[in-house]
Write a protein that binds this ligand. Structure first.
Ligand SMILES: Nc1ncnc2c1ncn2[C@@H]1O[C@H](COP(=O)(O)OP(=O)(O)OP(=O)(O)O)[C@@H](O)[C@H]1O
Ligand SMILES: O=P(O)(O)OC[C@H]1O[C@H](OP(=O)(O)OP(=O)(O)O)[C@H](O)[C@@H]1O
Length: 393
């Protein structure tokens, strides 16, 4: 393979790419990418690895990004879930999370986390969906356990210059229809996504495309004259704007954020992995659900708890998780214990807070207190049933 790569030209074309998105030992997906062989991980290698190189071990291993954009936010999220990673110094690549005794943390580059999930060297990992999709190449052996960890947001998007022959091209269908692209003179796309890029172009019907790779600063390629378009991650859009590039309608390959991913084989074959996955998912779900909401308490005058409930439930932003909790406030008047007021407790979405407070006041609420929520534990995390279904349980 290495010898073959050495003699192939600097571009690879759509002809090398199978349209299948799943990895199979019988029908491997091969992408030949000579400019940067290190970025291409042949699907057949994953299949070989799955045929049995995983070492039997009792501890559960989770891969976390060792550096880069995702590293600190991943540790912060785990800390917020009471899963603090104990790493003695930043050059140590293995660490523990004391709350889960059999869990080992391995700090790895994001792409290596995906590779090691496929080879069985890791059981769980937290990386961007873009990395799972690119290096997992649609493998059914990788299962997304939590798909929205709410950081690392970006999109993989095709961009072209705002000027020259592209001035009036604003959508992928217009790009496909341009007469310029032929087998002799294909559209040249610079990208680090050597699996997703060709697959996307093929799906969009762009026949004559040649890809080149680089490890960074792809946005410079069109101005430098080494590419016509780029396929890269975009978050704020500043880098594209600063380089006179624009995205295309229909040109987003995927929307990405951090995800928790598991090795299907590890989860199926080792009960400790399943149990640990459940615990991590439960903590993540409980925390992420809570961060979007506040607890609101207020006092409300009323004839009975039911009458107060009627008033609250008539307001769209006040229905809470299941409904309001309403408790009588007892006081003594003229020597008698009476109930004039009720204390109500509801959860409201952070984005709806002000509207909710106005609605509460509008129906007689007073003494409104707002506090942050730390966790919302459900009977079972909503994603767990979905995960088990995808495992085939
Ligand atoms: N604007 C952005 N550009 C690139 N990545 C982003 C952006 N916003 C969020 N991300 C997320 O961060 C990840 C990139 O992190 P990082 O730069 O550490 O990794 P990398 O470039 O894959 O690392 P390596 O240096 O090992 O090649 C992406 O895979 C993506 O999920
Ligand atoms: O839309 P924006 O917010 O401008 O972000 C997009 C840029 O960020 C990433 O590069 P990074 O900063 O990781 O450097 P790199 O070129 O070395 O990958 C990505 O490759 C884009 O160049």
């Amino acid at each position: 393979m290495a010898a073959l790569q050495a003699i192939l030209p600097n571009y690879f074309t759509l002809a090398n790419v199978s349209s299948s998105s799943s990895i199979s030992a019988k029908r491997p997906v091969t992408i030949t990418c000579c400019a940067s062989p290190a970025t291409s991980f042949p699907a057949s290698a994953a299949a070989e690895a799955l045929n049995g190189s995983a070492v039997e071990r009792s501890e559960v291993r989770i891969g976390l990004p060792s550096k880069g954009r995702m590293a600190s936010e991943t540790l912060d999220l785990l800390k917020d879930c009471q899963l603090s990673v104990r790493q003695v110094n930043p050059r140590q690549y293995v660490a523990k999370i004391p709350q889960i005794s059999n869990l080992e943390v391995w700090f790895q580059r994001p792409k290596d986390i995906v590779r090691k999930l496929l080879t069985g060297d890791l059981d769980l990992g937290i990386v961007g969906l873009d990395t799972v999709s690119e290096y997992g190449q649609g493998s059914p052996e990788l299962i997304i356990v939590h798909d929205m960890l709410e950081y690392g947001d970006c999109r993989l998007s095709l961009a072209i210059p705002k000027y020259g022959i592209f001035e009036n091209v604003n959508s992928i269908s217009q790009l496909v229809q341009m007469p310029q692209w032929t087998s002799e003179k294909p559209l040249r796309v610079a990208t680090g996504f050597t699996y997703l890029g060709p697959k996307f172009m093929k799906e969009k019907g762009l026949e004559h495309v040649a890809f080149s790779t680089a490890d960074g600063a792809l946005e410079a390629a069109p101005a430098m004259g080494t590419a016509d378009a780029i396929l890269d991650l975009v978050s704020s859009g500043t880098t594209l704007r600063e380089n006179n590039l624009k995205e295309l309608e229909g040109g987003v390959v995927l929307e990405s954020q951090a995800v928790l991913v598991a090795s299907k084989r590890a989860v199926i074959e080792r009960s400790a992995v399943l149990t640990t996955t459940h615990e991590i998912l439960e903590r993540l779900e409980a925390h992420l659900r809570a961060v979007g909401q506040f607890t609101v308490t207020a006092n409300m005058k009323g004839r009975s708890a039911e009458e107060v409930a009627e008033r609250i439930l008539s307001q769209p932003s006040l229905s809470g998780l299941q409904g309001p909790t309403i408790s009588p406030v007892f006081c003594k008047r003229d020597g008698k214990v009476i109930v004039d007021y009720y204390a109500i407790v509801i959860c409201v979405l952070k984005k709806d807070l002000y509207t909710s407070v106005q609605q509460l006041r509008g129906i007689g609420g007073s003494g409104v207190l707002v506090s942050p929520l730390t966790y919302i534990f459900d009977a079972e995390p909503p994603r767990w049933a979905d995960f088990l279904t995808r495992l085939g349980h």
